[in-house]
Write a protein that binds this ligand. Structure first.
Ligand code: DC
Length: 263
């Protein structure tokens, strides 16, 4: 099993190329980043997972999300490790996330952690605590970094910056399907927090609730004063509303080749 232990003291190689993939939730960034990393044989950073871990810890410990110092301390002290299975990276989020040695992959992906993650991500001291952590993922032969501020703040010198977006309807539908798939596979229970509450019990009501939660999260990510969700001036924006993941991958691979990246 390959393991990347998250640390703050690792020397950053300025030689390794970075491809930054930013955009709102459920735009297909995660799948694209993981496919791209597999195709190029590069490292992968799922920066959202780091914010999700901090959100999960804060939620479990009952830390007030507005208590910036306590939330930042949780971020600084978090013992996070990413593990994959021997470098064979399939399409969908293959990396397992361990916190304090415990596999918390399913917990951080649950609907309940989305709002806490978004709240802690708005705390400047949390972003500061995770900044060097994220940069430590930059190693030869290269890094595909997935997040909100990869191209604007964390890796401003990335060789290729993609801003992947899609309509809120398409993203809510994708999120809904992801949650259903995970629920069906037994890795996740159905959303049950107040944002995803479904008193009518209908799939329609559930989809509407996911859409409302997606919009609330987007709004918070877009309007926060630090590292707001914005395309870098030199990013290539791709709207995936009407595109399959294969179409998106083909478009990005064409850009990768154009810029002489990868193998
Ligand atoms: O991509 P995701 O849904 O796993 O991200 C979880 C939260 O973390 C989301 O609210 C946005 C935030 N985030 C961020 O602020 N900066 C990043 N680089 C990645 C994620």
């Amino acid at each position: 099993m390959n393991e990347t232990r998250v640390s703050r003291g690792v020397a950053v190689s300025s030689l390794a190329d970075v491809i930054a993939i930013d955009g709102p939730g459920a735009s297909g960034k995660g799948t694209l980043a993981s496919r791209l990393a597999a195709a190029l044989g590069w490292h992968l950073l799922d920066s959202g997972a780091l914010y999700r871990v901090v959100g999960l810890i804060a939620q479990r410990r009952g830390i007030d999300f507005d208590d910036a110092e306590s939330v930042a301390e949780a971020a600084r002290n978090a013992d996070i490790a990413f593990k994959d299975s021997a470098g064979t990276l399939p399409d969908a989020s293959p990396i397992r996330v361990f916190v304090g040695g415990i596999d918390e992959t399913d917990a951080i992906r649950s609907a309940e952690v989305e709002q806490p993650a978004s709240r802690v991500a708005a705390v400047p001291a949390v972003r500061e605590a995770l900044f060097v952590t994220q940069q430590s993922f930059r190693r030869p032969p290269g890094l595909v970094a997935d997040g909100r501020d990869m191209g604007t703040v964390v890796f401003p010198d990335a060789r290729l910056k993609i801003f992947l977006t899609a309509s809120v309807e398409a993203r809510a539908q994708r999120r809904f399907e992801q949650l259903k798939d995970r629920e069906a596979s037994g890795s996740l229970r159905a959303p049950s927090d107040s944002e995803h509450e479904n008193p009518a019990g209908s799939l329609d009501a559930e989809l509407r609730a996911i859409r409302a939660s997606t919009e609330a999260r987007d709004e918070r990510d877009r309007t926060r004063p630090v590292s707001p969700l914005l395309p870098a001036p030199d990013a290539v924006t791709i709207d995936s509303t009407e595109m399959s993941i294969d179409d998106v991958m083909a478009a990005v691979m064409a850009l990768v080749q154009e810029r002489g990246l990868g193998r």
